[in-house]
Each structure stands twice: as structure tokens, then as C-alpha cells.
Design a protein around this ligand. Structure first.
Ligand code: AHM
Ligand code: MG
Length: 328
């Protein structure tokens, strides 16, 4: 018999720290939103839902119509839940917060941080995109912002959905990494693999090589090391330009994904809270590693919700070699 995502979460609740029905109810909001997003994406080219929305987001990027839809779907499906204290999105400059009881205090227990539609520049050409999410527990002391700006090792759960030939959900709640495939016949995410482990070493590197000329020298040396067989394998390159899709391949096949600092983006391009942190949590749970410019991603103390970071993630062998090269 099948195991659905909901059943899996409930069975796990004995062993994970978040042993309450609230947590699975919260995750049900995320899965509903991602089902709405995938349904929209599948029909977008027919419905005229592809193309620019006509505004730029807080990152200064052109918003696509589907970016806006994906963001609204998540805000709608999560905003009604009492357990939610705040929603932090790539598409919104400030966190969205809720006062539940009329005029009463915000009593929600969880903060959900998300990139509603990652890789949306690929939408026009029918290439995979995804949704990334991270769940934090609200702290009892300090204001909401202090609860949001915490290092990634405090995440309660994290995951992503990749909208590819199949719609696949991958998540961790700190007790292994599990993956589910959306079965369109029953409208449910069905367990496909439990306790996924990243291969110790792979044969792919994944990076926007056009930027290599402006990377710090150490990253160019590292690429040379991979290309010259220095790690004992012959590497191939694969780069989609949708982080979720590039990460998903790295998780399954091993290897390394690199987005180092560049001349144009001296602090890196990818966002710490809703891109690097959730994927770093998953990578570590699967036996891999994730670092910024030399430091462990999950230890970075965030200063802003839209903060960027260099982001390198992958198999243990490749990542240890990278850490050595960066350390000189
Ligand atoms: P976004 O679509 O949320 O803005 O995400 C940024 C994307 C990532 O999905 C991807 O890894 C990266 O930007 C690709 O950047 P580049 O085109 O510079 O290689
Ligand atoms: Mg995005």
C-alpha cells in the first residue's frame, strides 16, 4: 500500500521533536499550495499565465506572473493557520505577520520562510522550477524579527518541491531526508524514498561557468582540480539555472553545486534564508555538506531576511576538497 506525505509525517511525529498535530497541519498548507502551483504551471502556457507581471520585486528582479501566483497560493494556504506567526517570502520585502484574536497578540508558534517559485526565469522555456521552504520555531523571548534571523541549524524542517516531469517533494524534519511523488490520479504526495543519502562522491559539477573569470582565484583552482582528475574521477558539467533542479540532481547523483562570489555579486547571488539554509539542512541530513565562503552555511548568523551568500553544496568528498582549497 502507499504511504502519503501526511501519513508519513504523522508516523514520524513520535521520533521528531515537533510531536504535535499542529506541525502536520502546517505542512498540509504547504503541500496544498504546491499542488495549486504545479496545476497552474502545467497549464500556464495555454492560459496566458506565462510572462512578466510588470513589476520588480524586492530583489530588483522582474516578477513573472507565476511568481506572483505562487506567492499568493502560499500566503493563502498558510495565512489562515493559527500556528503561523509570520510568513517570509522572497517576493515580499517585509515578513507578513498576523494578529489572530481581534487586536490580540500574535500567538503563532511557527515562522515559514519560502522562495515561492525558484528559477522562474526558466518558465518561459518550459524548464523545471521549484518551491523551497524552511520552518522555524518562534522564540519566546525577543521580537518576531529576532526569531526569523536565526542560523540555519535552528530550522525545525525544510524542503522543496521540484516541478519537473513529475512533481517531487523532498523534506527533512531533522530525522533523515524523504521524498514523495505527486500522484495526479489521487492528488496526494506518495512516499518514494526514505532516508535518502547523497553518494560520497559524484561525477558532476554544476555551476554558471560564465562567471568563473570573476570568481576568487581559489574557486577557479578548485574547478581546475575537478577537471584535471585531481579527485580521481572524470567530471561532467550540468547546469540548469534552477537551484532546486540543480540541487535535486546533486542530491541524487552526488557531485557539487557552486555559486561563488562574483565581481557583480560580491556576496554571492543566492539567498541565505530561503535558498541556502533549507537546502543545506537537507544536504547535511543526507550526508553531504554546504558552505558559504569557507564557513558552514547552517552556522551563519543572518542579518537581513533577503541576505545573500555564496553557496556551495554537494557530496562529502568534493566538499572536503573544496574546503581545503579555500583554506589555502
Ligand atoms: P530566483 O529564480 O528565485 O531568483 O533564483 C535564483 C536562481 C536560482 O534558481 C539559480 O540557481 C540561480 O538563480 C541561477 O543564477 P544564474 O542565472 O546567475 O546562473
Ligand atoms: Mg525565486
Amino acid at each position: 500500500m502507499i504511504t502519503t506525505f501526511q501519513q508519513h509525517i504523522q508516523a514520524q511525529q513520535q521520533s521528531i521533536s515537533e510531536a504535535s498535530g499542529t506541525f502536520s497541519y502546517l505542512l498540509a498548507g504547504i503541500t496544498l499550495a504546491t499542488k495549486m502551483i504545479q496545476a497552474k504551471i502545467r497549464l500556464a502556457a495555454l492560459d496566458g499565465a506565462i510572462g512578466a507581471y510588470g513589476q520588480t520585486n524586492v530583489q530588483g528582479e522582474q516578477q513573472q506572473k507565476l511568481d506572483v501566483y505562487a506567492n499568493e497560493a502560499l500566503l493563502h494556504c498558510l495565512g489562515l493557520k493559527d500556528s503561523v506567526a509570520a510568513l517570509v517570502s522572497e517576493e515580499d520585502e517585509e515578513p507578513v505577520t498576523f494578529d489572530r484574536a481581534q487586536g490580540g497578540p500574535n500567538t503563532g508558534k511557527y515562522i515559514i520562510v519560502f522562495d515561492p517559485l525558484d528559477g522562474s526565469s526558466n518558465i518561459d522555456v518550459n524548464v523545471n522550477v521549484g518551491t523551497i521552504f524552511s520552518i522555524l520555531r518562534r522564540r519566546t523571548e525577543g521580537d518576531l524579527n529576532a526569531s526569523i534571523l536565526r542560523p540555519g541549524h535552528t530550522q525545525v524542517a525544510a524542503g522543496y518541491v521540484v516541478y519537473g516531469p513529475s512533481t517531487i517533494l523532498v523534506y527533512t524534519a531533522g530525522n533523515g531526508v524523504h521524498s514523495f511523488i505527486l500522484d495526479p490520479a489521487i492528488g496526494a504526495f506518495v512516499l518514494s524514498e526514505e532516508r535518502m543519502m547523497m553518494p560520497e562522491q559524484g561525477t558532476y559539477y554544476s555551476t554558471n561557468e560564465a562567471n568563473a573569470a570573476t570568481w576568487p582565484q581559489a574557486y577557479r583552482d578548485y574547478l581546475d582540480l575537478l577537471r584535471s582528475g585531481g579527485l580521481g574521477k572524470e567530471y561532467s558539467s550540468r547546469y540548469i539555472g534552477s537551484l532546486v533542479a540543480d540541487f535535486h540532481r546533486t542530491l541524487l547523483k552526488g557531485g557539487v553545486f557552486l555559486y561563488p562570489p562574483t565581481l557583480k555579486q560580491s556576496k554571492g547571488k543566492l539567498r541565505l534564508l530561503y535558498e541556502a539554509n533549507p537546502l543545506a539542512f537537507i544536504a547535511e541530513q543526507a550526508g553531504g555538506m554546504a558552505i558559504g565562503h569557507g564557513n558552514r552555511i547552517l552556522d551563519i548568523e543572518p542579518e537581513g531576511i533577503h541576505q545573500r551568500t555564496p553557496f556551495m553544496v554537494g557530496s562529502r568528498r568534493e566538499m572536503e576538497a573544496l574546503a581545503e582549497v579555500l583554506a589555502g
